[in-house]
Design a protein around this ligand. Structure first.
Ligand SMILES: *Cc1c(COP(=O)(O)O)cnc(C)c1O
Length: 376
C-alpha cells in the first residue's frame, strides 16, 4: 500500500454548495471559479458537478484547454486575461473570453489577426488597486475596444477588495456606477463574500450583477470565517485531508518530542505519528493548539513540530475515551471523518494565521485524490 495520506473530494458537497450559491445569486449566471486546479480539488473532479454552472472562470490556459478536452463547450473566462500575444491564438481557437485589465493586453489584441471577434471583460479598478483601469480611464479604454474589429462584445468586470462590511461594498459599487452606469454590456461583480452576504445591497444600488464569480463557497469554506463560518452559511466541506497513524511512542513526563526538542511532556503521553507533513501541504507553523480528529472524531492536539513527512499528536484524549490507538488508525487533518464529524479547514487555517483558501490550494501533488461519491 502507498503512503496512507489522501485528499478525499466529496462530490455531494460540491453539488450542495453549488445549489446554496445558486439560490443566493437568484437569477444571475454563475461562473464556477476553478483557478489553481479548482482550489486544490482537481479540475477533473469538480467538473462533474460544476458542469451544472453557466461557465468556468480560471487563469491558466492549460486548465482552459483541459475543460475543452473534457467536453465543456460553454463559456470560459480568463480572470487575468492574456499574458503574451500568442495566448490570443489560444483564445481564438478555444473560444475563450478574456479579461482586459492593462494597456499591453489592448495593444496585443489590436495586433491580433482573427476573423472571429472576441468577447472581452473590461476590468475596472474599484478601489482595490490590484488589476484594472481606474474610473478616469475607463470610458476611453472602453471606446477604444469598442472600435476594434477584434472585439465582438464588451462586458464590465470589477472585484471587491473587502466584503466583510456592506459599507465597503457600497463604496466599490459607487465607484463602479460612476465609471460605467451608462455603458452597455453585461456586468460581473460578486465573489463568494458578496454573493453570500451582499446580494440585497447590490440589488438596492440597481446594478445588474449578470455573472457572479463564486470560488471558495463552492468548496465549502467561508470567505470570512471570523464573521461567519462555512457551516453557518450552510456550506459543506468538499475536501477532507486524511491519513493514518504510522508510529506510536509512549513518552514519560520530561521527555521531549520532535525536531528542536522543544516540546516537553508535562504528563505521560501516548504520541501518535501521523503520515502527513509540510511536504503534503500541512502548514509547518502549526503547533500545539492546533487539532486533528482521531478515528471517528476525538480531538487531539499536535505535540511537537510538523516535519516534512510526519506530524505528532497527543493521543491521551483517545485513551481517556477508552480507545486503544493502533498503527493504521485514521486521522483527519481537516474536512470530516468517515462518520461525518467535521473539522473546518478554516479552523486549522486560523491556527496557522492564514485562511482556508491557502490550505486547500497548497495540498501537494504527491497526495493521492480519492473520490467520495456518496449521495452524489
Ligand atoms: C478568485 C477570484 C474570485 C473568487 O473569489 P472567492 O473569494 O473564492 O469567491 C472571483 N473573482 C476573481 C477576479 C478572482 O480572482
Amino acid at each position: 500500500m502507498s503512503r496512507p495520506i489522501r485528499s478525499i473530494i466529496h462530490y455531494a458537497a460540491l453539488q450542495h454548495n453549488l445549489r446554496v450559491v445558486q439560490a443566493k445569486a437568484k437569477n444571475a449566471k454563475l461562473w464556477a471559479v476553478v483557478k489553481a486546479n479548482a482550489y486544490g480539488h482537481g479540475l477533473q473532479h469538480v467538473f462533474k458537478t460544476f458542469r451544472a454552472a453557466d461557465g468556468f472562470a480560471l487563469l491558466d490556459l492549460q486548465e482552459a484547454q483541459h475543460l475543452r478536452e473534457m467536453g465543456w463547450r460553454g463559456p470560459i473566462l480568463l480572470l487575468e486575461g492574456i499574458f503574451e500575444a500568442r495566448d490570443l491564438e489560444v483564445c481564438s481557437r478555444l473560444g475563450l473570453w478574456h479579461t482586459i485589465h492593462n494597456d499591453a493586453q489592448i495593444e496585443m489584441l489590436a495586433a491580433h489577426k482573427t476573423l472571429q471577434g472576441h468577447r472581452v471583460f473590461l476590468k475596472l479598478n474599484a478601489g482595490m488597486n490590484r488589476l484594472g483601469f481606474d474610473a478616469r480611464q475607463f470610458r476611453s479604454v472602453w471606446a477604444r475596444l469598442n472600435a476594434m474589429h477584434q472585439v465582438e462584445e464588451i462586458s464590465l468586470l470589477s472585484h471587491f477588495a473587502r466584503t466583510e462590511s456592506a459599507q465597503d461594498v457600497i463604496e466599490s459599487l459607487r465607484i463602479f456606477n460612476e465609471a460605467c452606469h451608462d455603458l452597455p454590456g453585461e456586468r460581473s461583480l460578486s465573489n463568494s463574500g458578496a454573493i453570500l452576504a451582499h446580494q440585497d445591497v447590490i440589488a438596492k444600488e440597481s446594478i445588474a450583477d449578470d455573472w457572479v464569480r463564486p470560488g471558495i463557497a463552492l468548496y465549502g469554506a467561508s470567505p470570512d470565517a471570523h464573521t461567519k463560518t462555512a457551516l453557518e452559511w450552510g456550506l459543506l466541506p468538499a475536501q477532507s485531508l486524511r491519513s493514518q497513524i504510522i508510529g506510536l511512542q509512549r513518552v514519560s513526563v520530561g521527555e521531549r518530542v520532535g525536531y528542536g526538542s522543544d516540546h516537553t511532556a508535562q504528563e505521560n503521553m501516548l504520541i501518535g505519528v501521523v503520515a502527513c507533513g509540510y511536504a503534503d501541504g500541512y502548514p509547518r507553523v502549526l503547533r500545539s493548539g492546533a487539532q486533528v480528529l482521531f478515528e471517528s472524531g476525538v480531538r487531539c492536539n499536535l505535540f511537537g513540530r510538523v516535519s516534512m513527512d510526519m506530524l505528532t499528536i497527543n493521543l491521551n484524549p483517545a485513551l481517556e475515551k477508552g480507545l486503544e490507538p493502533k498503527i493504521g488508525a485514521e486521522v483527519t487533518l481537516w474536512g470530516k471523518t468517515r462518520n461525518g464529524i467535521g473539522l473546518a479547514i478554516d479552523e486549522v487555517a486560523a491556527h496557522a494565521g492564514t485562511i482556508g483558501y491557502e490550505l486547500m490550494c497548497a495540498v501537494a501533488q504527491r497526495v493521492p485524490v480519492e473520490e467520495d461519491l456518496e449521495g452524489f
